[in-house]
Design a binder for this molecule. Structure first.
Ligand code: ADP
Length: 372
């Protein structure tokens, strides 16, 4: 293993920032490419390049001198990753795996091809095609590309909703009667060795469709946990992925597990691994990228993670009041991403609570004023 390596990250969001924090432990340099010099990771990168990670030539030029290259978001050039791999750079994920994931329709076809359980679906090429052959209502429509955090997702409850449906290629899915949403993180090293983290359970605010909090371990049966890990491992194996793969799943009211979507990078559902697992997702990513042995992914303590979002009124004072309150409570770990612009609902940081499983929900209520 070469000791002094340089990792390049396409995109400079909070995931890149926390990966840098892990890389520092091993004296590894991290270069970052992002469109904005204000990006959360820019501040800590050994070298920062302002440029568009979606531009193949820009991304390839940026990676000069890197031993390994990874991503902070799916919205980067998959072709650049393929070109870099051909030039002998270690890339996580491969351009091919990323291209499959970038398009929700291709991703679903991948699940179907490998018998990975998922909600029934149909690919529609355009709005005209959707109107010509309407789905059974209710259905969920998802834009094939460029959706994130629920923005490219629409419930088509009745035929009348076709009037505001998305145009362009999209995915039509049956609406799942969701009992729980869970996620499993898989880490695969250069030798193809894999570890999985314990399933986490994500609790959403049904009205605003944003994550309220997430707990680990998920409150599911041992059988369900084993099954969820097996599904995530199958997806990682069939994708031939190296590095991290987060697999988001639904458990429906009949108890069946259905994969919703995957992300080939550190994931929001793995933030808690910094304090609540033997090796964090970020440290494992750094280890895998540089050819170090994978670290133990065992959960060391129950945890609850909540994103810190910009307050509705966009006021900094309100945001900092929440942080001050959190810092007074023991076993509350605050992470701030250094974002200057406090827009409503923007992810500005996160908090992880650790402790006994029944106590952390009490602390959560104390922290959020019991209202959430
Ligand atoms: P994004 O990639 O934008 O986060 P998702 O595919 O994760 O979009 O969908 C966002 C949310 O919408 C999910 O967390 C889930 O609550 C809901 N959702 C997505 N697909 C379905 C479905 N087929 N049935 C019911 N709810 C769904």
């Amino acid at each position: 293993m070469k000791l002094q390596q340089t990792i390049g990250i396409l995109g400079g969001g909070q995931l890149a920032r926390m990966t840098i924090a892990a890389a520092m432990q091993y004296g590894i340099r991290v270069k970052v490419l992002d469109k904005s010099a204000d990006a959360p990771a820019a501040q800590y990168a050994s070298e920062f390049t302002e440029g568009n990670p979606q531009d193949q030539a820009v991304a390839v030029a940026f990676a000069a001198g890197c031993d390994a290259v990874t991503i902070d978001s799916e919205h980067v050039s998959a072709a650049a990753l393929s070109e870099l791999a051909q030039r002998g750079v270690r890339v996580f994920p491969s351009g091919e795996a990323l291209a499959t994931i970038q398009n929700k329709c291709r991703q679903k076809e991948f699940f179907a091809a490998h018998k990975i359980p998922t909600a029934r679906f149909r690919v529609v090429p355009s709005l005209d095609a959707l109107r010509a052959q309407p789905p059974e209502f209710p259905a969920i429509q998802k834009k094939a590309t460029a959706g994130y955090d629920g923005q490219g997702v629409m419930l088509l409850a009745t035929e009348a909703d076709l009037a505001r449906a998305f145009d362009g290629e999209s995915l039509l899915e049956e609406r799942v009667a969701i009992a729980k949403e869970i996620a499993v993180l898989v880490a695969t090293d250069l030798q193809g060795q894999r570890v999985t983290y314990d399933p986490v359970e994500m609790v959403f605010d049904g009205v605003r469709n944003i994550l309220k909090y997430q707990i680990c371990p998920a409150d599911i049966s041992e059988d369900q946990a084993r099954h969820a890990r097996a599904i995530a491992l199958l997806a990682a194996e069939k994708l031939g992925i190296r590095g991290l793969l987060a697999v988001e799943m639904f458990i429906n009211t009949a108890g069946e597990i259905l994969v919703n979507e995957m992300a080939p990078r550190p994931h929001n559902s793995g933030h808690h691994t910094i304090e609540a697992a033997a090796t964090s997702q970020y440290e494992n990513l750094v280890r895998m990228l540089t050819g170090m042995p994978l670290g133990d992914a065992t959960t060391t303590t129950p945890s609850l993670m909540m994103n810190l979002l910009g307050p509705e009124n966009g006021r900094e004072a309100e945001f900092s009041a929440i942080i001050s309150r959190a810092l007074r409570i023991p076993n509350v770990h605050v992470h701030l991403y250094g974002k200057k612009d406090i827009r409503p609902y923007r992810k500005l940081g996160h908090i992880t609570l650790t402790g006994e499983a029944d106590q952390i929900l009490v602390t959560y209520r104390q922290l959020t004023g019991g209202g959430q």
